[in-house]
Design a protein around this ligand. Sequence first.
Ligand SMILES: Cc1cc2nc3c(=O)[nH]c(=O)nc-3n(C[C@H](O)[C@H](O)[C@H](O)COP(=O)(O)OP(=O)(O)OC[C@H]3O[C@@H](n4cnc5c(N)ncnc54)[C@H](O)[C@@H]3O)c2cc1C
Length: 406
Amino acid sequence: MSLYFGSLYWPNSLAQPVSYPELRGDINARVVVIGGGMSGVLCGYVLAAGGIETALIEQQRIASGSTSANTGLLQYSNDTMLSEFARTLGEADAVRFYRACKHAAEKIADIAEKLPRDVGFKRRSSLYYASKDGDADALREEYETLSRNGFDAEWWDEERIAAHFPFRKAAAIVTRGDAELNPYLFVHALAEEAVKQGLRPYEHTKMLDVRPAERGYVVRTDNGSIEAEHVVYAVGYAPETAGGRWVKARLKRSYAIVTNPLPSLAEWNERMLIWETDRPYLYARTTGDNRIIIGGLDENVRQPLLSEQELRAHSMRLLSELRQLFPGYSPEIRWEWNATFGESADGLPWLGEDPERPGQHYCLGYGGNGTIYSCMGAEIIRDRILGLPNPIGRIVRPDRAVAASV
Ligand SMILES: Cc1cc2nc3c(=O)[nH]c(=O)nc-3n(C[C@H](O)[C@H](O)[C@H](O)COP(=O)(O)OP(=O)(O)OC[C@H]3O[C@@H](n4cnc5c(N)ncnc54)[C@H](O)[C@@H]3O)c2cc1C
């Protein structure tokens, strides 16, 4: 099943990505990561950098899955607000989790800024506005919860928003410490760095099944097998591939467009990442070459829409939303796509070891800020393998009580 349909923007930015061999024959490793997207490559990098002998298999090419449809916003604030998590997890754990998201954002920034080539990484602030006047109270509660727990947040009223942007909204929160990147370039550059740390990636190598073995498990592929103590499922939006009974993802489809380069983005204050309180929400960002990316319009259907005409109708809706926000711009659609997207019922990802299958781990960062979750997962799994404590592991553990909602 394809994960997306339409024309993707990011793969155009790298003419000839490095390719990796197919697995041939039977090998051993301490860990095998299944999946070569953002999650798998972050795991491969973090594990290899932690001195853990790791192999990675990808059934197609590195970054060819959902990662190439990702719009590249890195925000520590979640689809689920801190004040909402405070009600479901208790404020202490909610804050612990949000701090871990902030830590993951900083870790990605640290990695991205040290990569030998430009991956479109830029530090940005986010503007989170009230879609309806009635949302301002919930937004105010969120602002107060963020502020009293030490997160760098500002309250913007209608006049302040209007002074910085060509639109009026009842209120907004501005958070600092977010970023944007080109996920396709980032994952390819990261894979190259991980190889320098000892990661062994194999492309065009599909996991067929995982069976118990003397040293742990044997991962059987279409080309050979890998015996390993640990298996990491970083299989993205194909959760059934990971087996186990804990992961109950809610799969949807989401839309995005990229415009032509605009002559000026002067009206876009600080090129902030923009999003809103409505669910599903619209979000927008700019690119280094003055384009705008806007996405949203999520629908509760797993399979991407496969008709160009219907896709164009959704793209036109996104364009119209953009024109309402920035009436002074004349954007045109250059790239448009829709793609499968996953969430959990409780807003948390599934990260860590499956208690029913010791040595098998999930790095399934479902949610709007999946990249942040993937990075968090990589560190949780590394710490588990090295026998180190990780305070977030218990919050996102796969066997937590979460209502099935498929
Ligand atoms: C339209 C859209 C916009 C998004 N925007 C953002 C954003 O702005 N910020 C953000 O943080 N997140 C965003 N996301 C979410 C983001 O795309 C995901 O969190 C992230 O890219 C998922 O990476 P992944 O590695 O988990 O999945 P994938 O990139 O899908 O990688 C999984 C890989 O596993 C491989 N695989 C699966 N089964 C097997 C097997 N049996 N054997 C071998 N390999 C296998 C697949 O081929 C695939 O390459 C967005 C998603 C969509 C759809």
